[in-house]
Design a protein around this ligand. Sequence first.
Ligand SMILES: Cc1cc2nc3c(=O)[nH]c(=O)nc-3n(C[C@H](O)[C@H](O)[C@H](O)COP(=O)(O)OP(=O)(O)OC[C@H]3O[C@@H](n4cnc5c(N)ncnc54)[C@H](O)[C@@H]3O)c2cc1C
Length: 414
Amino acid sequence: MTPPMDADVLVLGAGAAGIAAARRLRALGRSCLVLEAGTRVGGRAWTDAAGLDLGASWLHVAEANPLTALARELGFTPYDDGRRRRDILLAAGRPASAADRAAYEAACDAWEAAVAVRAAAGGPDTSLGEAAPRGGRWDATVNHWFGAIINGVESERSSLIDYVATVLDGQNLMVREGIGTLVARLAEGLPIRLGARVQRLAAGMVAETGAGEFRGRAAIVTLGTGVLPELVFDPPLPEVVTRAIAGLPLAPVMKVALRAAGEERFGLPPFARLGRMIEGPGDRPCSWVLWPFGRPWAMAYIGGRLADSLPDAASAEAAARAELARYFGAAAVARVFPEPATVAHWPADPLFRGGYSYAHVGAAGARAVLARAAPMEGKLRFAGEACHTRYAGTVGGAWESGEAAAEAVSAALG
Ligand SMILES: Cc1cc2nc3c(=O)[nH]c(=O)nc-3n(C[C@H](O)[C@H](O)[C@H](O)COP(=O)(O)OP(=O)(O)OC[C@H]3O[C@@H](n4cnc5c(N)ncnc54)[C@H](O)[C@@H]3O)c2cc1C
């Protein structure tokens, strides 16, 4: 006798995409069961007990972001610090002058314009770095900022066409209560099974986990592309789909949060963003936001080859402290931040293995392939940030892709 169905649709993963899919399925009158490997919901949207957003911290392109309205409806407090870029505090090891800062801003504008022009010119895909200006006093610094920091990998490693197609313009909002808190609130009341790591998804929509088997009539897979290759599909996925997944790896981004024990704030206001000029080949600064919402935290954001070189939390903390010491001195950093850091080492986390997706050079079409893939007679769909062709890498993009996948499988169920 065939065991009974657990739900119309199995949703794999309770991050933003999985939660959005489950909510939309419920609105469409479909039963669903969300299978989440971890012990919490939200995935890469995670606010810890101290109120720190250790994954996503901005609602990017807030005016088009579905989570902006949801945050307001739920009484959350979005906040715009009005800045798009970091403040340059150090140039060639000295405090940056007004002229340095103006030159940096101008170089950022020139970088964005050059990249857009090169992409609009058409032709085969190339690396973002190939299109970027070079040789100017600030070019390496700007390239590091848009590449390793914003995109999570050096611009030499990612696709120009994908970067331009998914570039995040518009307003960026932080949320006082935390983006992770917001996403978790939106999951309330949904049928979510925690601690259910799906190892195999077999014909007949049977999800095999360490916590038993679950059956559905359709499935939506929202695992990030860092771990998606570990999930066994039976029958195997079409080659075009596995190739698309391989073309969209996760950038190695991580966060280190240091808490100031006393009142010292280095004379910097809430939300201060620290940046400095790159001082030569191999110099790879991280980026900082200090005192968000007036809280006593300094948050380092580490990406690219620097993140690649930091295998664990201890090395990430040491790198963050060394970087902060360049601004304030090692003694002051040790005195102001005496406690061990909170480290979110996403690349080392076996449920993620990275921060957010970028496209390899030549893989610019991969997001659309993954978003449209409909194997198993359309009853299997993919969702998640990597599937969004415009807002990839974001919570809002993950949310929209989850909703779209829910619509698609519901239609396929007839
Ligand atoms: C440091 C950092 C900073 C970021 N900053 C921003 C930002 O400011 N703004 C922004 O919009 N975005 C940001 N992002 C990206 C954003 O967090 C993600 O794009 C988004 O949260 C991804 O949601 P998702 O649902 O696609 O995937 P995920 O959140 O990864 O959800 C997938 C879920 O699947 C689960 N899972 C994994 N394997 C299995 C399995 N085998 N079986 C069952 N479940 C499994 C995972 O535990 C996870 O909960 C940031 C990310 C990081 C890491």
